[in-house]
Design a protein around this ligand. Structure first.
Ligand code: NI
Length: 165
């Protein structure tokens, strides 16, 4: 957080299935896995393209969350499927050590493309919907602290969990 590359609006992917694109995705996968992330967006590793990855089974950073299928999504678009908003704590690999409560659409449909250019079209809810919204925000230069409504919910992970120190 603070790096101006995180505030930019990322550019759409035009050419699918290129060696450069596949290398970027591999780099993102390794970064996300090494940091136990639930998702990652290309601007977080300094690449200004509309590429996000997300998904996990039993993520230690989100032990309560349901599994989300591993997905690579290019040029994503989100449409809310109801007015329902849900508040929950989020973290971000670009904002290490902190958490905050963020309001998100509870149900949504997302569309985009896989690395080969094949359409992905899913309707999801809960944590899956939350992760997609968080990662898509990165493509528009938005970090989750900018969406926190009650700043009392923003703090160090240990302090929010009620741990001493
Ligand atoms: Ni993030």
């Amino acid at each position: 957080m603070g790096d101006p590359r995180l505030w930019q609006k990322a550019q759409p992917v035009v050419h699918f299935n290129t060696p450069e694109l596949l290398a970027l995705i591999t780099d993102m996968e390794e970064t996300m896995l090494s940091l136990d992330g639930a998702g990652l967006a290309a601007p977080q590793i300094g690449v200004n393209l509309r590429v996000i990855i997300f998904g996990f089974e039993h993520n230690p950073r989100y032990p309560e969350a349901d599994d989300v299928p591993y997905t690579v999504l290019l040029n994503p678009e989100i449409t809310p499927l109801s007015d329902e908003i849900e508040e929950a704590l989020e973290g971000c690999l670009s904002v290490p050590g902190l958490r905050g409560s963020v309001p998100r659409w509870q149900r949504l449909r997302y569309k985009g493309f896989d690395p080969q250019g094949k359409l992905i079209d899913r309707s999801v809810e809960g944590f899956h919907a939350r992760v997609v919204q968080h990662e898509c925000d990165h493509l528009d230069g938005i970090l989750y602290p900018m969406r926190i409504q009650d700043m009392h919910t923003f703090g160090y992970t240990d302090a929010l969990a009620g741990e001493a120190g």
